[in-house]
Structures are given as structure tokens and as C-alpha cells.
Design a protein around this ligand. Structure first.
Ligand code: MN
Length: 128
């Protein structure tokens, strides 16, 4: 058994997020595994940029209220207990609702590919 003491919470980089996002690392696979697990905390209105994941991504919402959207589809509201799976290579974003915090666990097995930020106009449309 290994008890790993709490690591410092990291600020999400401005290249990848709009608004304030904080990340707590949970687990990193050892090669050849590329498993990455983290808890991601979004402040109200904060969201990822558009991006995709090699091997897809599973999100598990643990707190708050949020939004997810895949390119070419309508946005969906998400809440604690929801599990969102995005397939390999599918462009999407995820974030908090405008007036709520949101935390999700992220589980990935491959690198992300980052695109443009979600504009205020895209976000406004998503939360309607
Ligand atoms: Mn994602």
C-alpha cells in the first residue's frame, strides 16, 4: 500500500482554458500505460478550449453544474454522477455553468490535442 500525500493544486494553463481552472493530479500510468487521472475544478464560466484526446476521454462529474459540447452538436448540461465519454479524436469542450462551480474527474489514455478557445459567443449559445 502506498499513501501519496496531497500534491499541490496546479493552475490550468491559459493556453488550454478560459477562466480559472485548477487541477489535482490523481494518477499517472507507468510506461507503456499513458493513463492519466485528475480532478479538474472549474470556476463559474470557466471552460476548456476545443480539444480532442487520443484514445478518448471519460469524465465523471463530482460537484456542481457544467456543460459539455462536441463539435457540430448541441451543448449538454452535466451534473454530479454523470459520466461523459468522448471517443478518440472527437473535438469537444467541457466547463462550468455560468453561475456554478463544476468539478469532474478526467480519465485519459493518450495525449490531448488543443485547438481554439471557446469564444464567449459559443459559450453563451451553449448555456441557452
Ligand atoms: Mn476533453
Amino acid at each position: 500500500m502506498e499513501l501519496r500525500p496531497k500534491q499541490p493544486t496546479r493552475k490550468g494553463p491559459a493556453d488550454w482554458f478560459t477562466g480559472d481552472v485548477w487541477i489535482d493530479p490523481v494518477a499517472q500510468g507507468q510506461a507503456p500505460s499513458q493513463l492519466s487521472v485528475g480532478a479538474v475544478h472549474f470556476t463559474p464560466g470557466a471552460r476548456t478550449a476545443w480539444h480532442s484526446h487520443d484514445g478518448g476521454q471519460t469524465l465523471y462529474v463530482t460537484e456542481g453544474r457544467g456543460l459539455v459540447q462536441s463539435r457540430g452538436e448541441g451543448a449538454r448540461r452535466i451534473r454530479p454522477g454523470d459520466v461523459i465519454h468522448t471517443p478518440d479524436g472527437e473535438e469537444h469542450w467541457h466547463g462550468a455553468a455560468p453561475d456554478h462551480f463544476m468539478t469532474h474527474i478526467t480519465i485519459t489514455e493518450g495525449g490531448p490535442h488543443w485547438g481554439p478557445h471557446v469564444t464567449d459567443e459559443e459559450y453563451r449559445r451553449a448555456e441557452q
